[in-house]
Design a protein around this ligand. Structure first.
Ligand SMILES: CC(C)(COP(=O)(O)OP(=O)(O)OC[C@H]1O[C@@H](n2cnc3c(N)ncnc32)[C@H](O)[C@@H]1OP(=O)(O)O)[C@@H](O)C(=O)NCCC(=O)NCCS
Length: 148
């Protein structure tokens, strides 16, 4: 199966909204509906559908802050029926490459709920490291990938 990221359009946004998390996972990430609305409102976030061949399996959203030379990966989810098949990691790797294509990009930031062991392991395997910082409100652990 080939993992690709595709723009969200009229042709596939319903599929993105129909993606489901597993029991207890809903609290770990905002709903795709919320994220699409946020992207529309903030005008900077890039929401993308994750595909395995021609099947929509997940959702990811990022943005690049040129002023601080920093990329942010704000959302990542894979439908529970498609988890543990490598799609989440492949999608993260592709987003990292896209952010790195900004010539000044020095680091990429993401975060996860303190008890989200799967996200912790996944991001660590891609080179993200803890900074000791938490997100506003203290709910999430911040990790940074340094671009050399
Ligand atoms: C986090 C998430 C996106 C991972 O997606 P995925 O496609 O299942 O992950 P992958 O198959 O690419 O796995 C990548 C790595 O994550 C870790 N991982 C994934 N599922 C795991 C599980 N059930 N138990 C332990 N580790 C797991 C492993 O380190 C794995 O690498 P390995 O297979 O080489 O051991 C998915 O579990 C998800 O949508 N979770 C709910 C929402 C969420 O937590 N999003 C992140 C918010 S910060």
């Amino acid at each position: 199966m080939k993992t690709t990221l595709r723009e969200i359009t009229m042709a596939n946004f319903r599929e993105c909204l129909a993606l489901e998390l597993g029991p207890g996972q809903e609290r770990l990430v905002a709903s795709n509906m919320f994220s699409l609305a946020e992207a529309k409102a903030d005008g900077v976030s890039v929401p993308l559908a994750i595909y395995a061949d021609d099947t929509t399996v997940g959702f990811v959203m990022y943005w690049y802050d040129e002023a601080n030379a920093r990329g942010y990966i704000d959302r990542l989810m894979v439908d529970h029926r498609h988890q543990r098949k490598g799609y989440g990691k492949a999608a993260m790797s592709e987003v990292i490459e896209r952010l790195k294509s900004n010539p000044n990009c020095r680091e990429i930031q993401t975060s996860f709920a303190h008890d989200n062991i799967i996200a912790d392991k996944l991001y660590a395997s891609l080179g993200f490291r803890r900074t000791g910082q938490l997100t506003d409100g203290g709910e999430e652990t911040i990790v940074i990938l340094k671009i050399t």
